[in-house]
Design a protein around this ligand. Sequence first.
Ligand code: MTE
Ligand code: MO
Length: 199
Amino acid sequence: MTTGDLPPGQRLAQGWPVSHYGPVPKFRPERWNLQVFGATASGEKYSWTFDEVAALPRVTIVTDMHCASGPSTTGHEFDGVPAATLLELAPPAPGVTHVMAWAEYGYSANLRLGDFTSERTLLAMHHNGEPLTVEHGFPLRLVVPHLYGYKGPKWLRAIEYMTADRRGFWEERGYHNIADPWKEQRHSYQEDAPWPVVG
Ligand SMILES: Nc1nc2c(c(=O)[nH]1)N[C@H]1C(S)=C(S)[C@@H](COP(=O)(O)O)O[C@H]1N2
Ligand SMILES: [Mo]
């Protein structure tokens, strides 16, 4: 099923290829938790067990996925907890502008708060009616439908609230800080200069 046209420069992949950096982590339910830390309104850290996350109300979205290296896949049905729900459960301090989404083994992706709380951004647990496979992020992955795939960590473990932007794993390695596929924001060299423009 196709949900529409592909963004510029993307090609349709066969099936649903697995793509990530490093090994696939083993899920140990007794040691697993999802945390929210950083600039929370209360100054406290929050933590949920797998069963607690699984008991939160879920929504379903259908989306295409676009890897910044070119392949796209279409018509994914994801089931999960809206990221905005996490902000209600763990309110951020007033100065929070960005979040870092952290995964197993230190993978990370930074997001503007508005991208994270966007209506279709999900902490996904199910794909096409089945639990996620471990290669695709079981037990929990972030899905940010309007950005390139690297903004959606598989094996998600924590959300850090930040009062300033800081680059994540691929963003530090030459990938674009925002990652809008419709604007082909693939590379960091496409970003505006970080220094003030004078004259
Ligand atoms: N933990 C983790 N999550 C990750 C990555 C990674 O290297 N590690 N790669 C990202 C990239 S670049 C893409 S395109 C998608 C690929 O998701 P898929 O393997 O389910 O197709 O996962 C993203 N999430
Ligand atoms: Mo990717």
